[in-house]
Structures are given as structure tokens and as C-alpha cells.
Design a binder for this molecule. Structure first.
Ligand code: GLN
Length: 483
């Protein structure tokens, strides 16, 4: 039962092969049995899950239908869930029970999805390895000595290990696509403004975007359908109709123009990954796509720009966790300054403290023009590169990451080494564009992802290309041994 995709579950529920309650019980037992190896969940919500499953079964019995009605999912632990701990992977929020549901959570619940729990993540979504969580590192089901990627590593590991079919995640600089690549999943980072950020604890507000992690493009289409849409509570949400993502999955790729940036294949890319990317290009050519070399000349500046902008926004967003309004409070403070200092010093881990310091520095008088303003100018150049490229091509294709998942602890002593691994993903966040990662093969038994980028609001196109690729390849069907 645990091998089923969301699409298969929807068919099984519609055909009354099993109930949502039965399926939910099987998966909850599986999580209890196997998750100690992975640490992919921070909280399990068994009671809520069974209640939601029974309600979904009752709705189906009353003639209702829908791809998410009775479908088990989990939420990354930065989506606020009413009355349930929403920790953001931090000691700072270990005792925080959100007073309301995030829009994404409310929309999926209304569609009948069943919440099994809240998944582990890098603290405040800062990281690429899921090692900065206060609740401990998450392990990669493909090799328990390796990281699952981050910051949505809990969602990725849980779905890859077949603990559940799909989960929500967020992507500020790659946190959906990179863990998807590291665990053999499909993940979509939507256009900025497509999915509401209301009730999603902020890391860098101009970059953050929620999206689905699942095994197939078909399932991502189903989950994204439930997440996307205008929300008046989010001032950056865009009032644009949501297309039927499942309906366009089977559009032909004949004549599709795919751009491959020459900068993607320079030093730093593992040659074995480069070869797998070439294979995926050939596969898409067989399906009728036309390949064109393009250039993204400002790509080399994207990492330094991102690692100024994201910490700058984080330093501002995280100022609310002061032990007074929100967050952990230290014992017996001597005075107000002592309260702030110790509460924040105890509540935030080292990576979060590093980012707050970098961000506050970049925003301070005298440095603002040199760092923050310059980074914003680079951001515009990165966006202009994409706009020029999309005049010539429909989709941009390349690797999701330069290397496969590294060993736990391998990059702990050098944060910059981890930052450099984000080279292919962060440009989409800087430009606000949608991106998708899908399985493209293995290197040393570890999964490799291929990334597709599209013009604004063309998530449907990304899902269509990925679905056609998945109809003709079987990488996405491989299961990690032991799970
Ligand atoms: N690795 C990037 C960072 O640490 C991206 C994280 C994310 O997308 N949330 O900022």
C-alpha cells in the first residue's frame, strides 16, 4: 500500500479498494517503525490524521470526489498548523503551537488531505543538508550516511522512503529542488506569488515559495493544484487563475525549444552528472524537443548576491523572535538586554546566528550601498538574463546540483562550501521563476536530478515536460533498499 502514488491512491479510494482510514493507519505504523532511522518527522499528528481520514471517507460516501480527498500528506514544519507545534526546526519555537492554519494547510485540509505530521527541516530553512535542525540531522534513505539535502530534507526523506506519497515544502534558494534531486523525487518551486506565504514562517520573504515534493510529476500536479491560488492575506500573492495542471500533462513536446546554458557545464559540475544531464537531453530530443545552447552570463554573481539578500531579509524577519513577543525565553533575565541576548543566543543555532549577523551587517549604514544595494542590482541582471533567454526558448534545462548528496558532516566546518552547492537553484529564486527537479539517474548509488526552469506561471509546462520524460524513463520509480 505504501508504494502507491497520490494518483494511484486517488483511483483506489474512488474505486473503494481501501478507505483513507485504512491507508492512514498503514502509513502511521510505517512511520513509527522506520522513521527512527531517518529522523524525517518532528511531530506526528496521529489523532488529527485519523479524524481527517474518517471525515474524508464520509465525504466520499456522500458522493464527493477529488484527487486529494483522503490523500495522506505531511507539512514541512514551518507551515503553521493550528494547535500543533510549528517549530521551524528551531529550539526558538520548540514550544510554539500556532494559533491558526497557514493558507496552504487550510486549503489542503479543505480539499480533504490527511495530515500525518510535520517534517524535519534545517533551522529556519537555512541550509542545504538538513543538518542545522535543532531536532537533529535527517538521513538520506538512499544511503543513511549521506544527507538528504535541505532545507526540506524531512519532507524529501519521508517521501523517498515511502513513508507517505507526498509532502509540502518550501524553496528560498533551492530547498525543494535540491532535496528532490538528492532523494530521487520530483519537486516544484512555483513562480513567486503563486502559492500563498501566509502562515509560512518567513526566512527571506522576497524569495520564499511553497511547493510540492512527490515521486512523480503527476503527483506534483495534484498537490500543487491544492496549494496554488490567490490569497488576500498575502500581499505578494498574485491574482492569476490557476490552470488545471493535470489536464496539460499529456501535451506533446514536439517542437518544444529547450535552452541549455553553456555556463552550466563549467568547472565544478561532477562529470558523471554532466553525462546524465546529456542523457536526459537526448531523451527529450527523442520526444520532439529541439535543443539550443543559450547563455546566462550573470549566473556567476548569483551566489554572492543571494547570500547577501537572503541573510539581510532573514535578519529582519527573525528580529521578532526576542523572547517577548515570540520564541524561547531564557531563565531569570537580569534586565531587558540580558533577556534579548540570552533568549536569542540560546534559541538560535549557529547557522541562524551567522546569517543574522551577515544580514545585519549588510544592511547597516555605510555598508548598505556596498553590499545590499549591489546585490539587488545583480538580482536584476540575473532576471534580465532569463528574460532574454526566454525570448529564444520555452524551457531551460540543466543539473539541479553540481554534486550528489554529500556525507553527513562533510561540509560542517566550511559553510561557504555548502553555499556553493546552490549554484543552479538560487537564480530561479532571485528572478522569481518557477523550477522543477526530477530524477535523472544515479552516481555511486546516489540520485541525481535534472532541473527545468520556465517563464512566470508556466508550472504547467514544467509538469508536462517532466511527466512526458517520466512516461519514457524509470528513474523516478526506483526505491531505496530497506524502504
Ligand atoms: N541552501 C539555501 C540557503 O541555505 C537555500 C535554502 C532554502 O531554499 N530554504 O539559504
Amino acid at each position: 500500500m505504501h508504494q502507491m502514488t497520490l494518483a494511484e491512491i486517488a483511483r483506489g479510494l474512488a474505486d473503494k479498494k481501501f478507505s483513507s482510514e485504512e491507508l492512514t493507519k498503514v502509513l502511521l505504523a510505517r512511520i513509527t517503525q522506520l522513521d527512527p532511522q531517518l529522523n524525517s518527522f518532528i511531530s506526528l499528528t496521529e489523532e488529527l490524521a485519523l479524524e481527517q481520514a474518517k471525515a474524508a471517507d464520509a465525504r466520499r460516501a456522500n458522493g464527493e470526489s477529488g484527487a486529494l480527498l483522503g490523500a495522506p500528506i505531511a507539512h514541512k514544519d514551518l507551515f503553521c498548523t493550528q494547535g500543533i507545534r510549528t517549530s521551524c526546526g528551531s529550539k526558538m519555537l520548540d514550544n510554539f503551537k500556532a494559533p491558526y492554519d497557514a493558507t496552504v494547510v487550510a486549503k489542503l485540509a479543505a480539499a480533504g488531505a490527511v495530515t500525518l505530521g510535520k517534517t524535519n527541516m534545517d533551522e529556519f530553512a537555512m541550509g542545504s543538508a538538513n543538518e542545522s535542525s535543532w531536532y537533529g540531522a535527517v538521513k538520506n534513505p538512499w544511503n543513511l550516511e549521506h544527507v538528504p539535502g535541505g532545507s526540506s530534507g524531512g519532507s524529501a526523506a519521508a517521501v523517498a522512503a515511502r513513508l507517505l506519497p507526498a509532502a509540502t515544502a518550501t524553496d528560498t534558494g533551492g530547498s525543494i529542488r535540491q532535496p528532490a534531486a538528492f532523494t530521487n523525487l520530483t519537486g516544484v518551486k512555483p513562480t513567486y506569488g503563486r502559492v500563498s506565504r501566509w502562515g509560512m514562517i518567513a526566512y527571506a520573504s522576497s524569495l520564499d515559495q511553497g511547493g510540492p515534493l512527490a515521486r512523480t510529476a503527476e503527483d506534483c500536479a495534484i498537490l500543487l493544484q491544492g496549494m496554488a491560488g490567490f490569497d488576500q492575506n498575502d500581499s505578494t500573492s498574485i491574482d492569476e487563475p490557476v490552470p488545471d495542471y493535470s489536464a496539460s500533462l499529456n501535451t506533446s513536446l514536439q517542437g518544444l525549444r529547450i535552452g541549455v546554458p553553456k555556463e552550466y557545464f563549467s568547472a565544478g559540475l561532477d562529470p558523471r552528472i554532466a553525462e546524465l544531464i546529456q542523457n536526459s537531453i537526448q531523451e527529450l530530443q527523442k520526444l520532439g524537443a529541439v535543443i539550443k545552447e543559450i547563455s546566462l552570463p550573470n549566473m556567476q554573481h548569483a551566489i554572492p548576491a543571494y547570500y547577501v539578500i537572503a541573510p539581510a531579509e532573514a535578519s529582519s524577519n527573525l528580529s521578532r523572535f526576542d523572547g517577548v513577543r515570540f520564541g524561547h525565553r531564557c531563565e531569570n533575565p537580569e534586565n531587558l538586554i540580558d533577556l534579548y541576548k540570552r533568549s536569542r543566543g540560546e534559541g538560535f543555532g549557529p547557522e541562524v546566528q551567522r546569517r543574522i549577523m551577515v544580514g545585519a551587517y549588510a544592511l547597516s549604514a555605510g555598508y548598505y550601498d556596498a553590499y545590499y544595494l549591489k546585490a539587488q542590482k545583480i538580482r536584476r541582471l540575473v532576471k534580465n538574463d532569463f528574460m532574454a533567454a526566454f525570448n529564444e526558448v520555452d524551457i531551460i534545462l540543466g543539473p539541479t546540483t553540481p554534486n550528489p548528496a554529500w556525507k553527513l558532516g562533510a561540509k560542517n566546518s566550511d559553510p561557504v562550501a555548502a553555499y556553493l552547492e546552490d549554484v543552479y537553484t538560487i537564480t530561479a529564486n532571485l528572478a522569481g521563476l518557477p523550477g522543477l527537479s526530477m530524477p535523472a539517474g544515479f552516481v555511486d548509488g546516489l540520485p541525481v536530478g535534472v532541473q527545468l526552469l520556465a517563464p512566470y506561471f508556466q508550472e504547467g509546462r514544467l509538469l508536462n515536460v517532466a511527466h512526458q520524460y517520466q512516461l519514457n524513463t524509470d528513474w523516478h520509480t526506483r526505491t531505496p533498499t530497506g524502504f
